[in-house]
Design a protein around this ligand. Structure first.
Ligand SMILES: Nc1nc2c(c(=O)[nH]1)N[C@H]1C(S)=C(S)[C@@H](COP(=O)(O)O)O[C@H]1N2
Ligand SMILES: [Mo]
Length: 322
């Protein structure tokens, strides 16, 4: 039964923000709100080091109720970017030499407009938006992250893809001098990923240039990366230098490395386990004091974005097309 009973509907879904906050203050005073929720709010507000450049003129898109961002420290200090090493602390530790400017992106393939474009030429015609997304790694941990970017589709439309453009392929920069992980055959470099054209054009799919209101740090994929919130994290390719419209499904790095474990679609699916672990639940990443209260929560189909994206896959067997 999928009908929600009244107690399942969060008060924040039906109450205006200010009223909701005032009510929370009263509940807090009365001891009704647990320490974990209060801690999470305090942690999310922690300060961002001054060496990060603020992005101007960012439109804030209100987040759905119940999404409390992880801290800047967690978002930038615990992540995967194998070009800088395979430990979760490696991207922050080993990306100091990386230079995200100047930056060019090659646009190729089945489109009317192709060529090499400067970062600014790609980004500056668009309004930057902040969107708070839940983000789920295939390794069964998750975070909530305030991304800054542009819907990818708005950028791609400017190149006028042809009717042969069924997929979009993406490629990460190849710079072993700046990316020490690329000196080892961990993956078949450069990292590549792909989306169907419908996935690439979907309004939830972001071309990300920043996080927490500042320019994207190197370890998070500077200066330009994808964010596809209903797919496992590895689909969201970082430091993109090539975008190609293709007729055939493009190869993807993790599928090439382990085809039984990682498919092309990689939609978050609690019912399809990874061959070596369950995908039914996830660990909510937190650090410091918060880790005492770290929680495991059930994973939601399409990472909670089913209402917006499930229709992209009607008729597709998602157990086979994992
Ligand atoms: N080029 C490149 N992109 C990448 C990766 C990578 O190793 N190289 N790791 C992926 C994986 S597995 C995850 S979970 C996310 C992590 O992104 P985050 O820094 O936003 O947490 O980046 C994805 N994009
Ligand atoms: Mo991941």
């Amino acid at each position: 039964m999928l009908i929600r009973k009244a107690p399942d509907i969060r008060p924040s879904e039906i109450t205006p923000e200010r009223v909701f906050r005032d009510r929370r203050r009263l509940l807090k005073a009365a001891g009704f709100i647990g320490a974990s929720a209060l801690l999470a709010e305090a942690r999310a507000a922690d300060t961002i080091p001054a060496n990060h450049r603020r992005l101007a003129n960012v439109k804030k898109v209100p987040a759905p109720a119940g999404l409390t961002p992880n801290t800047f420290e967690e978002v930038t200090g615990y992540n995967n970017f194998y070009e800088f090493g395979t430990d979760k602390s490696d991207p922050a530790a080993n990306s100091g030499k990386f230079r995200p400017k100047p930056w060019k992106v090659a646009i190729e393939g089945e489109a009317e407009v192709t060529g090499s474009f400067d970062f600014d030429a790609l980004v500056s015609p668009h309004q930057l938006e902040e969107r708070i997304y839940r983000f789920r790694c295939v390794e069964a941990w998750s975070m909530v992250i305030p991304w800054v970017g542009i819907p990818l589709g708005d950028v791609l439309k400017r190149f006028k893809p042809s009717s042969k453009a069924k997929y979009v392929a993406f490629e990460t920069v190849m710079r072993p001098e700046e990316m020490p992980g690329q000196r080892y055959p961990i993956l078949d470099w450069p990292y590549v990923e792909g989306l169907t054209i419908a996935e690439a054009m979907h309004p939830l799919t972001l071309l990300v240039t920043g996080v927490y209101g500042v320019e994207l740090p190197a370890q998070n994929g500077a200066p330009l990366r994808l964010m596809v919130p209903w797919k496992y994290g590895f689909k969201s390719i970082k430091s993109i230098v090539r975008i190609r419209f293709t007729e055939q499904q493009p190869p993807t790095s993790w599928n090439l490395a382990a085809p039984d474990e990682y498919g092309f679609y990689a939609n978050v699916n609690p019912k399809v386990d990874h061959p070596r672990w369950s995908q039914a639940s996830e660990r909510v990443v937190s650090s410091g004091l918060g880790s005492l209260l770290a929680s495991r929560v059930p994973t939601q189909p399409f990472n909670g974005y089913a209402a917006q994206v499930a229709s992209l896959y009607t008729g597709l067997d998602l157990a086979r097309n994992f």
